[in-house]
Design a protein around this ligand. Structure first.
Ligand SMILES: [Zn+2]
Ligand SMILES: [Zn+2]
Length: 160
């Protein structure tokens, strides 16, 4: 697929049900149990429309009236696991804290609105093409790269 995708092709926004199903499947395949509090964490994560901090996620979960509120440790551990396995991405935001956002695993990057926090994932990264050259020029063995694009979304431009 990646060969035929043009550089910077947007990926459709995440369908929450599809994402939840895929994440639960991946967690189970990795030998993790989907406990009730952990399921609430996943359901809350997938609803955010902008990058969120771990503390915001934790606070929002406390507001839900539940018998079993996910504790801080569960929230942080689940986030770490999801970042590690590629289901959640850490993004730079105008806020100094790391912002998290649900995504799909794989070679995907994100463009983020500096005004409202809207995130659009995109495929087709042209950086791959310069790796061989860069490796030759620097003597490095390249293991990966990070890329995040930021700017103002169409809606925010229309408002100003
Ligand atoms: Zn915006
Ligand atoms: Zn890339």
């Amino acid at each position: 697929l990646e060969d035929i995708v043009a550089g910077g092709t947007p990926i459709a926004p995440i369908n929450p049900d599809q994402w939840l199903q895929a994440v639960r499947h991946a967690l189970r395949a990795g030998g993790h149990r989907i406990t009730w509090p952990r399921n609430r964490v996943l359901q809350t994560i997938v609803r955010y429309q902008a990058p969120f901090t771990a503390e915001k996620l934790y606070a929002d979960l406390q507001h839900l009236q539940m018998q079993q509120t996910p504790g801080r440790a569960t929230v942080y551990r689940t986030l770490d696991q999801l970042v590690h396995s590629g289901w959640v991405v850490r993004l730079h935001t105008s806020n100094s804290e790391a912002g998290y956002y649900a995504t799909w695993p794989g070679h995907i990057h994100h463009i983020v609105c500096t005004s409202c926090g809207k995130v659009i994932a995109f495929a087709g990264c042209m950086i791959e093409g310069m790796m061989t050259h860069l490796a030759r020029q620097t003597g490095f063995t390249v293991e990966g790269h990070t890329l995040q694009v930021y700017g103002r979304c169409a809606q925010c431009q229309a408002l100003s």
